[in-house]
Design a protein. Sequence first.
Length: 73
Amino acid sequence: MPDRRSDVDHEEIITSIAQDVHYPIPIVKRIYEDEFARLQSLARVTDYIVLLASRRTRDRLLTARRQQLSATA
């Protein structure tokens, strides 16, 4: 994933999110990359794209989990 800041380890972020929300890494990676690309294409200031993409990825996965749980209840 292209990023101007070489100090960002996207794989580490993706792995951390996957562990936190208990989702498989490939699913987290796809969502994170989608969010990152969408934010990057819209951003004028790119300093917080990683933070925002991480937060949005977690939110999407947690929302999906809640919807799955409520559908089975």
